[in-house]
Design a protein around this ligand. Sequence first.
Ligand SMILES: Nc1ncnc2c1ncn2[C@@H]1O[C@H](COP(=O)(O)OP(=O)(O)OP(=O)(O)O)[C@@H](O)[C@H]1O
Length: 626
Amino acid sequence: MAKKQFKAESKRLLDMMIHSIYTHREIFLRELISNASDAIDKIYYKALTDDSLTFSKDSYYIRITADKDQRTLTISDSGIGMTKEELEENLGVIAKSGSLAFKKDNEIKDGYDIIGQFGVGFYSAFMVADVVTVISKALGSEQAYKWESKGADGYTMEASDKESIGTDIILKIKENTEDEKYDEYLDQYRLKAIIKKYSDFIRYPIKMDITGRRPKADQENEYEDYTEEQVVNSMVPIWRKNKNELTPEDYENFYTEKRYGFDKPIKHVHISVDGAVRYNAILFIPESIPFDYYTKEYEKGLELYSNGVLIMSKCADLLPDYFSFVKGMVDSEDLSLNISREMLQHDRQLKLIAKNIKNKIKSQLLSLLKDEREQYDLFYDSFGRQLKYGVYSDYGSNKEDLQDLIMFYSSKEKKLVTLDEYVSRMPEDQKFIYYASGESIERIEKLPQIELLTEKGFEILYFTDDIDEFAIRILTNYKEKEFKSVSSGDLGIEAEDKDNNTDTVQEENKELFSFMKEILADKVKDVRASKRLKSHPVCIATEGELTVEMEKILKSMPNSQNVKADKVLEINANHQVFQSLKNAFAQDKDKLSLYTNLLYNQALLIEGLQVNDPVEFTNDICKIMV
Ligand SMILES: Nc1ncnc2c1ncn2[C@@H]1O[C@H](COP(=O)(O)OP(=O)(O)OP(=O)(O)O)[C@@H](O)[C@H]1O
């Protein structure tokens, strides 16, 4: 029979899977059982919603059969099965989600990475088997098909016999090697232990023949071997269990088994509500960002069950966008099985659940912040940006919910702090919450604009994310303290003039400043003596709503209008450069023009802005050198 080739990327992945040194080979069983359970979910759901089908509950099961002589391990299910096309489609291509394409060849080093990142499910069978045979009969088909593969060189497909609807997956277990005892995957007790460990809560019975020894009836000291079919798993879904009976590992196993993520969740929340609306939920706050999280491909949502039957794998209406990182499931008896996506959106029960869940997540995050700061920092590193987007989006309608969860880097603490922490430390005479924006902490630390505030001992929040300043603008204040950019025209420091004669200097040099303004024309709104500069000669301050940082961000957006911040060029009157400006004003206006342009361009560079004409700028520098 002609062999069909796997798609190129699948072949590569398979190769790695087969040759990988993966320490947890046993998880192949979890993967296959999980697929079987999904397949039964599908047929069960159909049976419940389609009157033309009748099934009895007893007909849903997963069966594990080990045959030591043949070295085969068979995982059978009475699920929905696969047609010929589905076998091709589902098993001929790995990682259909496209996640593999995301990873470049050299980034994938061994199987761990692959499973860890994408969960290639079915293919993990090749970690323990030389040959994998899948015999499947789909619901509604007369004909069964057999798919078989020895690994990376391809697979065969042919018509086959199978009585009942469902799928058998037959693994020809590898021979033992010096390092690896594959025999264990044919041992009933070992298999039972693996199932208990990873798949205990699967809703359908996982049946296995278990052999034991027992005393013979009526005969003393005589024993006999017997084999009986046992249901190995407890079948109670974890969300229906009592929290006290469950260990953190149980939740972690559930998280992995459900493929919510491949990290270790930072926190889980187990909710059982029995009030106006009844539901159970298990929610997880992941530790790391899914690879597509900050892209449009990412789909938020929780699994939605109606009385134990999965009705939607990603119910988006259960989570607000700003908590879109939350994973998990909700099971409610109050939802109808036949409910459509459109109807769900208007469902009163679902709305109540969503609101309740939102509050739970918020309170969990707050308690994480309060009691487990390191964990919160870890979480914030991944998802803090999303919370800040939440403050900004929907015209700030969720800002109350989120303002206590966001953090920024503090100039004083040298770490992330909350707004509450900042405000509670503010000296009495400090009116504003000060912030400085820039590309990185290192660059902000060098900004001339922060000199005065730093010298006076004020704490400054550093904004390094694009969204930061926009979010803060929507917040406008926190606990009645307004936010103020270090570049804003008036810093609101009463004491600032005491040791500073800026106003006098400004007055005395009025003509010099207005001459400089004329040279720069509409590039700046004004040129004036600075109150905030200490050692640097020049900086840009802004007036009005828009800061330089916001201008940069808006300009980088597609279809950006030509937005401009109102810039003011501030000159340090105590710097030697100011004397040179005054001399040039008195003696040589061309020189003043040269100096003014140079200072302006320098101020732009400090801000991380581009100079308008780099060639002219370098020529100007040469002019002062010769
Ligand atoms: N026992 C089965 N019965 C019916 N369909 C199956 C069975 N096993 C696998 N499939 C089909 O093959 C597809 C691929 O399975 P595989 O385990 O590789 O990935 P997955 O389960 O979709 O995703 P992932 O494992 O990454 O969560 C499944 O989505 C399912 O449609």
